[in-house]
Design a protein around this ligand. Structure first.
Ligand code: ASP
Ligand code: MG
Length: 427
């Protein structure tokens, strides 16, 4: 019986939470366990800030790096008061590597540099956590995920080479887990990152550690995967935006993938497919209240429509694109336009067209959007509105729509309804 557990940033944000992870592993881990860990707390955001300062030759760069180092050092000293413990040497090496990297000029391929820098968060967190588990007597082995998870060189959204990844994981991780025979064993590794064929680090996209866990579950034919969160399970709305939320006790893979696709941030959208393909149940459980049931995501669709779900995506941009020569938006122009989106790695969350205009809603990624506007500008007139929200309501009825839209007096700029889903781009 192999299970895969994933612990996100919030579950390892300070020394107490790391100890709580160890306590959960002590109580809930089966014989053989793979543990995937994210960067601690908000480290990934902090590393993005470092990367941008590096790019912009911002004089605050050393201070930003120091913030990250100090944050981790507080946790390390609290967990390992003995200054001779090997964790100090190991993490100092990593901090030194990060500083050394940032001491040289960037390669000036932003997405490539991103992966080389931002991935340090996971290397540091897993080093600290594996040392803690070992010092607490767990049979734990730290793996460098770059030797297991192979992707192509699509920086910041590496596409997984499933065959090679599967065989590397089975070769190295299974052989460790099996060598433990009847004893408990924990294979611990980094979420979010992998490596391209040339050995350079890639990442799988923000919040990608869930996906990493699913990749391991798939490769190992795991019996179950658990994502440990700071919420009681999958909720029908984000508590950040809604005061009243309900937990979904069980939903289907299909429903989960729809919710994640529309922007529910509890699970990374790519997580479900590998699990569905092998019928591996996914549980979302609370690390604050590990005995509570959480949410079960599985094949069964019978409970899907019981509760409407609301998904808010903020910082959206509505773009409308019209041919300069007043020709129709036809299949030919649509495929040209969509190719420009694909070339610039811009994901469309909603699209709609009329005779001479094509409208899409996307996340606001300024760097990529300015390239897109440049590429489209020759043949198309492009207009856009920023600072919008995309609201998606699954299993809607008019009353829930009215409640969401009218309560805050929102102006609807674009609306789309299918049988199960209503979407609104609002201001
Ligand atoms: N640390 C990465 C992020 O914050 C990956 C993850 O947490 O899943 O996006
Ligand atoms: Mg996270």
């Amino acid at each position: 019986m192999v299970k895969v557990f994933k612990f996100g940033g919030a579950s390892v944000k300070d020394a107490d939470s790391v100890r709580n992870v160890a306590a959960i592993l002590r109580k809930h881990s089966p014989g053989k366990l793979v543990v995937i860990v994210s960067a601690m707390g908000k480290t990934t955001n902090a590393l993005e800030k470092v990367l941008n300062a590096w790019y912009e030759s911002d004089e605050r760069l050393p201070a930003f790096i120091q913030d990250i180092i100090s944050y981790h050092q507080v946790i390390i000293t609290e967990l390992f008061p003995d200054s001779k413990h090997p964790v100090h040497f190991k993490t100092d090496m990593l901090f030194g590597e990060l500083e050394g990297h940032l001491d040289t000029p960037p390669a000036l391929h932003y997405d490539f540099d991103y992966d080389q820098v931002v991935s340090f968060g996971e290397l540091i967190s897993t080093t600290i956590i594996s040392e803690l588990l070992i010092s607490e007597g767990f049979n734990c082995q730290w793996f460098d995920v770059r030797e297991l998870l192979r992707t192509d060189d699509s920086w910041r959204e590496g596409k997984v080479d499933w065959d090679l990844t599967g065989s590397q994981i089975r070769e190295q991780v299974s052989s460790f887990l099996e060598s433990a025979e009847g004893q408990p064993a924990i294979a611990l590794t980094q979420g979010f990152m992998g490596a391209a064929a040339d050995g350079f680090t890639t990442t799988l996209g923000r919040e990608g550690s869930d996906y990493t866990a699913a990749i391991f579950a798939y490769a190992l034919n795991a019996d179950e995967m658990v994502i440990w969160k700071d919420v009681p399970g999958l909720l029908n709305a984000d508590p950040k935006y809604f005061s009243v939320t309900q937990k979904l006790a069980s939903i289907s893979y299909r429903e989960a993938i729809e919710l994640a696709y529309y922007g529910a941030t509890v699970i990374h959208p790519k997580t479900i497919k590998p699990l569905q393909n092998k019928d591996i149940p996914l549980r979302i459980k609370s690390f604050v209240d590990p005995l509570s049931e959480g949410t079960l995501i599985h094949q069964n669709t019978s409970a899907d429509s019981l509760i409407p779900s609301f998904i808010f995506k903020v910082n959206q941009v509505l773009i409308s694109i019209s041919p300069r020569d007043f020709s129709f938006i036809d299949e030919q122009s649509l495929s040209e336009i969509l190719a420009v989106f694909a070339d610039n790695s811009i994901h469309i969350s909603l699209m709609q067209n009329s005779a001479i205009s094509f409208s899409v809603c996307v996340d606001n990624n300024e760097r990529r959007l300015s390239q897109l506007f440049k590429a489209l500008g020759k043949d198309y007139k492009v207009r856009y509105n920023t600072g919008l929200e995309l609201i998606t309501i699954r299993h809607y009825d008019q009353a829930t729509i009215d409640r969401v839209l009218l309560e805050d007096g929102k102006t609807v700029l674009l609306e789309m309804r299918s049988r199960l889903t209503a979407q609104f781009v609002v201001k």
